[in-house]
Design a protein around this ligand. Structure first.
Ligand code: NAD
Length: 251
């Protein structure tokens, strides 16, 4: 048996990751701040015990320790940690009005959460010669105005990824995936789920001709968490339909 932890696994990209890891034969810990979403995802994709919900704030050290300890007592091993949980859209504001509390909440969740989950999973990942896959963002390398906290947190995730890769090899490989625009509306918990509202322009501005889907990210995560990527560590795999390679001039 292989065991994966997906933080933020209750909704969005994380929910799709739970589905795909279960399909690959993993037992999956669905760890989400939203306990209702975690329970729903675990029931939907892991009926029969192959997905287990945990209500967890990844920024809460004691909660992370307890979750990992519980997981080990139930299943005895961890093979893959996917650090996916993040505050994605909240707290976008001009820097003059971005409060220190909001800055800290974004950094605590998006960056410190990756540190904490990695720290407590690493002893078990060393034993299983496992993998960590962090979900960063193309906003680690490019920005819109008013996104300082989110962009800084994701830049930190990319740097933490290569630092961990250097520290944890050869036992543990560590990589990250940087998604571009991924439509997640239909992967929310049932009370919030809705079909994505996307225009032709939304799709056509991408070199591949469409907005991304959670499965696009899942393919990259499954590759980086498996032996198929055995010679790859410390990398940032950009999954953005080509948007960060598109040169833009206004003439
Ligand atoms: N969707 C995109 O376009 C996009 C683009 C680039 C990067 N990303 C990254 O992909 C990841 C998933 O994004 P998404 O769009 O699926 O987000 P989402 O908001 O749909 O889902 C995020 C999940 O994480 C959970 N969560 C939030 N804070 C948490 C915490 N402190 N502890 C545990 N769980 C917590 C939420 O409850 C939610 O279920 C994030 O890291 C995000 O930054 C998304």
């Amino acid at each position: 048996m292989k065991v994966a932890i997906v933080t933020g696994g209750g909704q969005g990209i994380g929910r799709c990751l739970v589905k795909r890891f279960v399909e690959e034969g993993y037992t999956v810990a669905v760890a989400d701040l939203d306990g209702e979403a975690a329970t729903e995802a675990a029931l939907l994709y892991g009926a029969g015990g192959s997905a287990v919900p945990y209500q967890l704030d990844v920024a809460d050290e004691e909660g992370v320790q307890k979750t990992i300890a519980d997981l080990i007592s139930r299943f005895g091993r961890i093979d893959t940690l996917v650090n996916n949980a993040a505050i994605a859209r909240a707290h976008a504001a001009p820097i003059e009005s971005l409060s220190l509390a909001d800055w800290k909440r974004v950094i605590d969740t998006n960056l410190t959460g990756v540190f904490l989950c990695s720290k407590y999973a690493v002893p078990h990942l060393r034993q299983s010669r496992g993998t960590i896959v962090n979900i960063a963002s193309t906003r680690a390398i490019q920005s819109e105005a008013g996104t300082e906290a989110y962009s800084a947190s994701k830049g930190g995730v990319v740097a933490l990824t290569h630092a961990l890769a250097a520290s944890l090899g050869p036992e543990v490989r560590v990589n990250c995936v940087s998604p571009g625009w991924i439509a997640v509306d239909d992967w929310k918990k049932s009370s919030l789920a809705a079909p994505p509202k996307l225009t032709t322009e939304d799709h056509e501005q991408h070199p591949v001709g469409r907005v991304g889907r959670p499965d696009d990210v899942a393919e990259a995560v499954l590759y980086l968490s498996s032996g198929r990527s055995g010679f790859v560590t410390g990398q940032n795999l950009v999954v953005d339909g080509g948007m960060t390679k598109k040169m833009i001039f206004v003439e």
